[in-house]
Design a protein around this ligand. Structure first.
Ligand code: PXL
Length: 273
């Protein structure tokens, strides 16, 4: 457990069903001993990969919500952003970063936008372009391959080789992002996470256990954000994260959890170290 009590502001949506966003970030950060402080970007009945959903954009309310945090003079060890509800939220978040990010605050941007080569229902190119502003300021970004392609203006291809992915990492680093992790690249029976950090270029691979669950990227980013907030070294954080996801995916698969429900991590939270 960390010696200092840590706090993370989590700017993400609240989806009532289908594990993702805040319903993942809050328990995972809590299990890592970090206080998760949510700023909702939208409220949904369930995530958008289901056939139908209720969606309430929270943009109008965010300035007043955050304004009160200003009055209280709150301070955070990390700011973690995920799913956005509208284009205007980017400016609201930029203001948030300006006011709440101190020298030592980790800015962790998961540029949630899409998967498997296509954008999520509520995203369009304008919102993707706005997301570039956030990504360019971040200490660390964790796009999947689809998101990395959109952010870097690269055409999405399936089964890219290492060179293709490291090129994208360079382009994203050129736009200002600190550490870049391209997450969840499937290759045969392995799943790879590619890292570009300073002079380091490496990937770690884990067994792919036969199922792709919605919201897995949110579990990945929440764990990474938590470990890095605790100042766990990058490679160690990545290995711990990938191992947890593998175990939780295997558990979910063996228990016939529907893919839309997301990985059933709750019975395994006590394993998080
Ligand atoms: O896991 C990404 C995500 C987050 N939030 C919402 C989503 C999705 C993916 O579908 O729909 C609302």
């Amino acid at each position: 457990m960390p010696e200092k009590l840590l706090k993370c502001a989590v700017i993400n949506d609240l989806s009532g069903y289908g594990r993702c966003s805040l319903t993942v970030a809050i328990p995972v950060l809590s299990a890592l001993g970090i206080q998760a402080c949510p700023v909702p970007t939208a409220v949904l009945s369930n995530h958008t990969d289901y056939d139908s959903y209720y969606f309430k954009d929270f943009t109008e309310d965010m300035p007043e919500y955050i304004g009160n945090w200003r009055v209280l003079n709150l301070m955070f060890d990390a700011i973690y952003t995920g799913f956005l509800g509208s284009v205007r939220q980017v400016d609201i978040i930029l203001d948030f970063i300006h006011d709440f990010k101190k020298e030592s605050t980790l800015l962790f941007v998961d540029p949630v936008m899409g998967d498997d080569g296509r954008l999520y229902d509520t995203y369009d190119l304008k919102l993707c372009n706005e997301m570039k502003k956030l990504a360019g300021l971040a200490d660390i970004i964790t796009p999947n391959l689809t998101e990395a392609c959109y952010l870097s203006g690269t055409e999405y291809i399936e089964n890219p080789d290492d060179g293709f992915i490291y090129d994208i990492c360079e382009r994203l680093a050129d736009t200002g992002a600190g550490t870049v992790i391209v997450t969840g690249v499937l290759r045969g029976d392995k799943i790879l996470n590619f890292v570009r950090s300073g002079n380091d270029r490496f990937y770690i691979e884990t067994d792919f256990v036969g199922a792709k669950y919605c919201g897995t990227g949110d579990v990945f980013s929440s764990l990474m954000c938590g470990y890095l907030t605790r100042r766990v070294p990058l490679r160690k954080a990545l290995v711990l994260t990938a191992e947890f996801i593998k175990t939780a995916t295997e558990f979910s698969f063996n228990n016939n959890v529907p893919f839309t429900d997301g990985i059933a991590f709750e019975p395994l939270l006590h394993n998080i170290i």
